[in-house]
Each structure stands twice: as C-alpha cells, then as structure tokens.
Design a protein. Structure first.
Lengths: 120, 120, 120, 120
C-alpha cells in the first residue's frame, strides 16, 4: 500500500516512525531513572527516621557493607542530585523529539494535501 | 479488509480493542501486586516464627536497616492491608472494563446482523 | 489466504498454534524454576563451605533473618527437592504437549495430502 | 510477495534473517555480562575503599554470608576475570556472525543483480 505513496511522503513517514521509536526509548529510560529516584527517596526517608547510631548496611552489587547514617545520608543525597540532573537532560531530549515530531507531522499534512486526488 | 466495514462497526471494533488493552494493563498490575502480597505474606509468616529478640533487617532501596520483630510485624501488616485495598480497587476496575466489553460486544453483534449480506 | 483452506485444516492449524503456545509457556516456567534451582544450589554450596557457627542471614521478601547453618541446610535441601519435583512434572507436561503436537502434525500432513490440487 | 522470488534468493534471505537473530541473541547476552561486570566492578571499588576489618556480607541466592575483605577481593577479581573471558568469546562470536552476514549480503546482491528485470 505505502508503495503507492510518493517518495517524499514515504520518507516523512519513516522519519516520524524513527522519532516515535526515539521518544519511546527516552521514555523507557526516564521511567527507569524515576524508579531509582523513588527507591532512593524511600531509603532516604527511612534513613532520616533512624537514630544516628543505627546499624545500616548498603548493598553494592552482590556485597553488603556496614555503614553509618551520616555517611549514607550524604551518599544518597548526592545520588539523588545526579539522577535529578539526568532526568532533566532526558526531559529536554523528550521535548526536542516531540518538537521535531510535531514539525514533521505538519509538513506531512501539507505534503498529503498536495497529493493528486485518488481515483478521480 | 476492515476498510470495507461501515464506520460504526470499525469504531466499535476499535473500542473493543482499547478495552482489551485496558483489561490487559489492569491484569498486569494486579499480578504485580499479588506477587508483592505473596512476598509480604511469606515475610510475615517467617516473622511470626521468629523469637521476639531475633536479629532482623529490612531492605529499603539499596539500604538494610536493623529492626525488631514487633515493629516489623506492624509495618508488614499495614502494608498488606494497603495492598489488599489496591487489589480490590483493581478488581472493581477489571469488572467495569469487562462489563463495558460485554456490552459493546453485544452492540457489535447487532450492528453486524444489520449489515447487508456480502456478495448477494 | 488461510480463508481458502478447508475448515478441518484451519482447525488443525489453530490447534497446532495453541499447542505451540502451551509448549512455550511450559518452557518459560521450566526456565524460571531451573534458574531458582541453580541459585539455591549455589547457596547450598556456599553453605557447605561455611563453618558451623557462621553468621548467615536469609532473605524472605524484604526482610533478612539471622539464621544458622544446620537449619538453613535443611531448608534449602527441602526447597531443592520440591523444585526438582515441579521440574519433573513440567518435563512430563512438555512431553505430553510435544506428543500431541507430533500427532496433529501427522494428521495435518494427511489432510493436506487429500486436498484437491491447486489450479488444476 | 517473497513467493515470487527465486528459491536461491529466498534461501539467502532466510539465512540473513537467521544470522540477524543470532547476532541479536549474542548482543543480549553480552549486555547481560557487561551489566554483571559493571556491578562487580562497583563492588570491588567499594571493597577497596573499606578498611581491612570491615563487616561485609556477600549474597548467594537468598542467603547472606558474613565474609572478609581479603577473601572477597580475591573472589571478585577471579569473577571479573572469568566474565572478561566470556565477554571476549562473545565478541569473537559476534565478529564471526557479522563476517558471515556481510558475505551473504554480497552474495545476495549478486543474485539479485542476475534476476531478470521485472515487467520487461
């Protein structure tokens, strides 16, 4: 069916599809980071409720290291900051992709409007 | 092929498909919560078998906090209650979607019955 | 295209597809249990290397319970036995599905052999 | 559509598809091992920062074993070495598949060049 479309329109459709896939990939990554942020925030909240001399371990890979509240507070806040920055970078990427998508969609509408009527 | 169907029927088919996707999404979420409930129940069962002075840690994100049986019993029971409520909310959502699905399916049968015979 | 096939053959093809999906589901479950068995066996091996008074925790849901080597040895062996039984049950299921698949495939070949030649 | 292609070309297309699936499978496995290596390297880094008498546990399956820095350093380095070897084996596999893919693609181009022109 699409074989009957003019090459320009086929090209625009292919680009739209590619942008959709890029948007999808960014959304998936954003979701993963949001999940990590939620997890880290839950740990931070529990940490803040703990007494200063609480026995706390942190997991890194398959190991668990005994640590202390003040050190962990610092580490987790730093991590949250870093993840917030990554999230903002991704939000900008998403916006850029969305903008390009809308632009292309407009161009496609114009291209389709210029097609000779079917059958007629 | 569906291009030959009257618009009303195409519309009903699209709605049915959408409802199926919604039902799928609710079922997936239900499955996840059921998994969490099973996990929490296993932890509760193990907790109840433990002596009151048992050494128990709970994991929150990447951290492990030393805790105590009575406190954990309370926390886990509260969590199970919350998840049970979410599960009931979802069961209602599922029912509602199923009801709407059945209704639409009936309407579709009527619409299809009113179609002029093919070929003739 | 399959609309041109006689109903009997269409029916046999649908059954073959269903059996394939069932086989797929059983294989996925088998893979999950095999993964759990491997994990439990690794834990057992590590346990056997540990001194009798080693400090060992076991995780249940989000909790970690302090336990002891002899108790854990017993628990893990019991678990492995249970998973082995489940695995054998699944292997039988798989065989049964495979047998039914082969049988149907033979019947399909016969049905296809009895079809009038195309074009003629 | 592909039913109209000569058998040799159909065969080459099928082989290309199979090679693509093989390449996909190897890439997925490589990604998993790379993830494990990253995890192990993070644990190693944390381990190196720890004092020699640090309290550290390692997880094996559902169990956590109390261990010691020197022993863990050795274990993790050994593991990293093993995973590096597996990664190199996979990189070679990937190369081999890619080489075979390029070769087949060239052969396909030649086969397609020898096809009689469509329509005429």
């Amino acid at each position: 069916m699409s074989g009957e479309l003019p090459p320009q329109i086929q090209n625009q459709l292919a680009q739209l599809q590619q942008l959709q896939q890029q948007a999808q990939a960014v959304m998936t990554q954003k979701g993963q980071i949001e999940g990590l942020i939620r997890e880290t925030e839950a740990a931070l909240k529990e940490l803040e409720k703990s007494p200063d001399d609480a026995v706390i371990y942190k997991s890194v890979g398959e190991l668990l290291f005994k640590s202390e509240k003040p050190k962990l507070l610092e580490e987790l806040k730093e991590r949250t900051d870093m993840m917030d920055i990554r999230l903002k970078t991704m939000a900008k990427q998403e916006e850029r992709i969305q903008g390009r998508f809308n632009q292309l969609q407009e161009q496609l509408k114009i291209s389709l409007g210029q097609m000779p009527p079917k059958g007629g």
